[in-house]
Ligand binder design. Structure first.
Ligand code: ADP
Ligand code: MG
Length: 700
């Protein structure tokens, strides 16, 4: 980022802009200053040195440039229906050029005769190619405008185009802006630019809009992407060093009695190596005097709950309390039951606090928490209400964190004079590049192994014509004692429609399976009703659970072995993966059936194929990131980290990001507070980021 006076110069004063266009640029692209415009980067480049022949044109080309002559010209219709058609030939074939607008202008242009250069997207029609509204230049004009150049293209909106702010117009504005490059100053120290063999910022900002050649363009892109990602990493890492500096954490000296007894007496199975590894990482964190801030990633069913529980026991062994916060009542209840059950032999005092905890019980909980007689509290965000005062809270576990606002998490910090250690668990695998950026200041542990004996869920994609087959299969499985989920999509535009969708589904399922008990849950039910239906299913009082995506997160019914997802093309990949994670939790082979209509977009097709191909959550998350871009990924928005990336793409620039992180780590390791003289420019740029790019206070 440049922070020169360029960012205070109003764009309306730039040649070729003016007040009216300035307003449009502001409202459409949020461009207000010279600097903003300079940092409005092209989305693609076209090599204008390359000429095609008419007989080389193919339908899938995005652009062609041809030199030739007009062989005939015809105007049909009148007024708004008028159309101008020209036959254009270069001796190897003929293409048709068509105009609906600006016809007078084109006619005058064409009068000069001679050779023209046309440029545009070819479309096949009636056995011939045509170009609608091609760019048209005489050879002389071409020399002047773009000859020998790689031309940049900018994204523009309909509204912009109506005010003649086309990509070409932006390019013209950019060229007027190039003289301001003299006001750009370098944002890296000279030794750094040299050491990493980077292009200078000035050169990069020139070549990104007006590349000298392909190689210079690549270097410019690298420089700008690297800078963007590097400073984000520097910011995250410096936040982390400051946090470590500032917050002293509870020191958990040793693993004690409770932990050991639990480990030896209460766990009915061997911990996986991944679980052991993560527990060691946590153990190290909580013993070193700093506050732990750790993200625990693990695919559905990888056994995060157990790790969380054992982490809480470390806190209890060291004379503090622990709490676990879940995003929904169902989940809080489930955790409470699992954990109370597991802890029974140890005689610990475990409480449950949710929105539906009755007033009297709530009062008792409050006082038990305050006098310290309650060791573990499990609940929903009722936990973080101000009324809840812990005697000495040492450990907070946040489950399925993408449902929790970061601000809510931050509230927990204030629950003790020494801030509690925090373990955040997420079952939505986050691609490494994204994790590095979103959680770059957290330490990350990954459980990358499932408990032994799990059979991967078999996934099948069927079109509607296989419905009967699917029903027969469900019947067979249920008769052999299993249970099934049937999930309907949430149609966000219309809650009514959503409900109707589900109701219709429910009626159908009842008709198809009159012999079975059918439960139903959806988002609009009261929590108590919902829980009752869920419990009915869990306790085998119902064979089939018809639902919307409310069962997405964390629900555990090991006996369910079939997950049917209706209209699955409407779901995102991570959602499909979460839903599939509801089955395959017991010893039986489980199945996931993706039902869809015939009409699938290319993207939906990729989603289906990915689900059928793999059960690896990280693989799926990577694909998801590539398909959707980081802004859309579940949880990115809620996490409140508005990375406003101008040039990098976390889906594609993973290598540059990794490189930037490594370099940033080296620097921060050498000089955590950036006090050395040679790092002065870094700290100057970081300080400027605080005021501009994003709201850092939300990361804690
Ligand atoms: P998630 O990571 O999705 O929260 P859970 O913690 O709910 O996964 O664990 C899923 C299931 O696996 C639970 O029934 C749990 O008891 C079981 N489990 C956890 N760890 C192991 C292990 N090491 N060996 C066998 N089963 C395990
Ligand atoms: Mg879980």
């Amino acid at each position: 980022m440049v922070y020169s006076k360029l960012f205070t110069q109003d764009i309306k004063f730039l040649a070729g802009v003016g007040p009216k266009r300035a307003e449009i640029l502001k409202s459409e692209l949020d461009i207000a200053s010279f600097g903003d415009m300079l940092y409005y980067f092209p989305y693609k480049y076209v090599d204008r040195t390359k000429f095609y022949r008419c007989n080389e044109i193919r339908g899938n080309m995005s652009h062609v440039q041809i030199k030739g002559k007009i062989t005939s010209l015809e105007s049909v219709g009148e007024g708004r229906k008028q159309r101008l058609t020209a036959m254009f030939s270069d001796g190897t074939g003929i293409i048709e050029l068509i105009w609906f607008k600006g016809i007078k202008y084109v006619q005058t242009q064409l009068k000069s005769g001679g050779e023209f250069i046309v440029f545009g997207k070819p479309t096949a029609f009636n056995g011939r190619y045509n170009i609608v509204h091609p760019e048209l230049e005489t050879v002389a004009e071409h020399q002047l405008n773009v000859a020998g150049s790689i031309q940049a293209f900018y994204i523009t909106s309909e509204k912009m185009k109506r005010s003649y702010l086309s990509s070409k117009a932006i390019l013209k504005i950019q060229s007027n802006l190039q003289s301001s490059l003299k006001d750009v100053y370098e944002t890296f120290p000279a030794w750094f630019v040299e050491k990493l063999k980077l292009m200078s910022l000035k050169e990069a900002l020139k070549n990104i809009h007006f590349p000298e050649n392909n190689e210079q363009l690549k270097r410019a892109q690298f420089r700008l992407k690297f800078e963007e990602l590097f400073y984000i990493q520097m910011k995250l890492l410096s936040l982390r060093s400051k946090r470590l500096e500032k917050f002293k954490g509870h020191v958990f000296q040793s693993i004690g009695d409770v932990f050991n007894r639990f480990f030896h007496e209460c766990i009915p199975f061997e911990l996986t190596n991944a679980q052991k590894k993560v527990l060691r990482e946590i153990r190290k964190d909580v013993g070193n005097g700093h506050q732990m801030n750790r993200l625990l990633q693990g695919d559905v069913g990888s056994g995060k709950t157990l790790v969380a529980l054992m982490t809480m026991l470390m806190a209890i062994d060291n004379g503090t309390q622990a709490c676990l916060m879940a995003p929904t009542e169902i989940l809080a209840n489930q955790h409470f039951k699992t954990i109370s059950e597991l802890l029974k032999p140890l005689g610990l005092n475990v409480g449950l606090l949710t929105g539906s905890t009755k007033q009297r019980a709530r009062k008792e909980l409050h006082s038990a928490i305050e006098d310290g007689s309650m060791e573990i509290l499990i609940g929903t965000h009722a936990l973080i209400e101000n009324k809840v005062k812990f005697k000495n809270l040492g450990m907070v576990v946040v489950d399925e964190q993408h449902r929790f606002g970061v601000a809510q998490r931050a509230k927990l910090w204030n629950k003790n004079t020494i801030p509690p250690h925090v373990l955040v668990m997420t079952a939505t695998p986050i691609p490494r590049t994204l994790a590095m950026t979103l959680y770059g200041d957290l330490d990350v542990s990954v459980i990358d192994e499932l408990p032994p004996g799990r059979k991967p869920v078999k996934t099948i994609h069927y079109f509607d014509n296989k419905r009967k087959l699917v029903y027969d299969f469900i019947r067979k499985e249920i008769k052999s004692g299993r249970q099934a989920y049937i999930v309907y999509p949430l149609i966000e535009e219309s809650e009514k429609l959503d409900y109707k969708n589900l109701q219709d589904g429910y009626e159908t399922v009842r008709k198809v399976f009159p012999e079975f008990e059918i439960a139903m849950v959806h988002g609009k039910m009261k929590p108590a009703e919902k829980d009752a239906e869920m419990m009915r299913f869990k306790n085998k009082g119902a064979n089939i659970l018809v639902s919307t995506t409310v069962i997405e997160v964390g629900v555990d019914v090991p006996n369910a072995s079939i997950m049917v997802i209706e209209s699955s093309e409407r779901f995102g990949l991570s959602q499909l993966h979460q839903l599939r994670g509801r089955v395959g939790r017991g010893a039986d082979q489980s199945y996931c059936v993706l039902m869809s209509s015939y009409k699938l977009s290319k993207e939906s097709q990729i989603r289906m194929n990915t689900m059928v191909r793999t059960t690896d959550g990280f693989d799926i998350a990577e694909t998801d990131l590539k398909l959707r871009g980081p802004g859309d990924i579940d949880g990115t928005q809620q996490s409140g980290v508005g990375f406003n990336l101008k040039i990098s793409n976390l889906g594609r620039d993973g290598e540059i990001l990794q490189f930037a992180r490594n370099i940033a780590q080296e620097i921060m390791k050498e000089d955590p507070l950036l006090q050395y003289d040679k790092h002065r420019i870094f700290s100057r740029e970081l300080k400027k980021m605080k005021q501009t790019t994003f709201n850092w206070s939300v990361i804690s």
